[in-house]
Design a protein. Structure first.
Length: 111
């Protein structure tokens, strides 16, 4: 069964979140949810099970450890420097390319 890659965005404030989502949108994947606090992000990670998390490094109290605990298989793209991220975009224009540059979600197929 095929399904679209699910991408969750998080940024400090509604305007920043809308801008981040606008930069991350693509026909190749589905945007799900959207968080404006670290606590909201962790809750949505648990509820929505995204494959990729795009997080603005300026989001207060955001940490890779909390993201990894809530969604251990999700790949993390940081807008700005965030230690431990799987990919980094220096500007919003680089987000799509950073997502496309990630290794595939999942692991080896076992029979």
């Amino acid at each position: 069964m095929c399904r679209a890659l699910k991408v969750l965005c998080a940024a400090p404030g509604r305007a920043a979140l809308q801008a981040l989502k606008g930069a991350a949108v693509s026909v190749a994947w589905e945007l799900v949810g959207g968080a404006v606090t670290a606590a909201e992000l962790v809750k949505q990670l648990d509820e929505l099970g995204p494959d990729v998390v795009v997080v603005d490094a300026a989001l207060p109290d955001v940490g890779i450890g909390a993201i990894r605990r809530a969604a251990p298989r999700a790949r993390v793209i940081a807008l700005g420097p965030l230690d431990g991220a799987d990919g980094v975009a220096d500007s919003p224009q680089g987000i799509r390319e950073a997502i496309l540059g990630l290794p595939p979600v999942g692991g080896p197929i076992r029979r």
